[in-house]
Write a protein that binds this ligand. Sequence first.
Ligand SMILES: Cc1cc2nc3c(=O)[nH]c(=O)nc-3n(C[C@H](O)[C@H](O)[C@H](O)COP(=O)(O)O)c2cc1C
Length: 198
Amino acid sequence: MKFVTMMALGCGLLCAAAPAHSQAVGAGPAPVRILIAYASATGHTEQMARAVAEGAKQAGTAKVTLKRVADVSEADLLEADAIIVGSPVYNGGMAATVKAFIDRWPFEKLHDKVGAAFVTGGGLSSGEELAQMSILSAMLVFRFVIVGGDTALAPFGASAVVEEGKPAKARGVDAAALDKARGLGARVARVAARLRAD
Ligand SMILES: Cc1cc2nc3c(=O)[nH]c(=O)nc-3n(C[C@H](O)[C@H](O)[C@H](O)COP(=O)(O)O)c2cc1C
């Protein structure tokens, strides 16, 4: 009887000392939230966006939201641990709709979010990396932590060249570009989870 009373008392003390936010055993950490926001007029960048989402979901630890830039709310931006922005290359840079999207981000509220970029362009040396860098440099202004792609062939994020050097029937986003996109999503999910654990 005495033993039972002591156990009950001990448990009472321990339970009272446990922090209110502690998770139930086995519940695991909350998923990282990844927002993928993109513009796409003819579908190439959208294909890449879907592959980025696939990659981000691979580990099963991320909650992924995929939206066109016009549909992204401020709440979407604020609740995301990572924001991955995709754009077609227009005249050597990001599309105007993507720039307008970034220009309405709330300043000082996105500090330390993980950021990454992906683009699709028609030609080689026609602005792919400039478009990626223009997205990433805007993210740096907002003090994001920038993440590139998962391999040495995608250092600035994922990209696809959809026309130049391809016969007419092979035009579009190829398997290698989709792999880079999946790799980008997976790496962002990994890095965002590590940063949140710190
Ligand atoms: C207005 C306009 C400007 C473009 N400028 C470039 C360019 O500077 N460099 C390039 O490589 N491709 C350029 N392109 C081609 C697109 O970037 C390419 O077709 C892209 O994959 C389109 O993406 P989407 O299918 O997601 O709309 C341009 C296309 C348009 C419509």
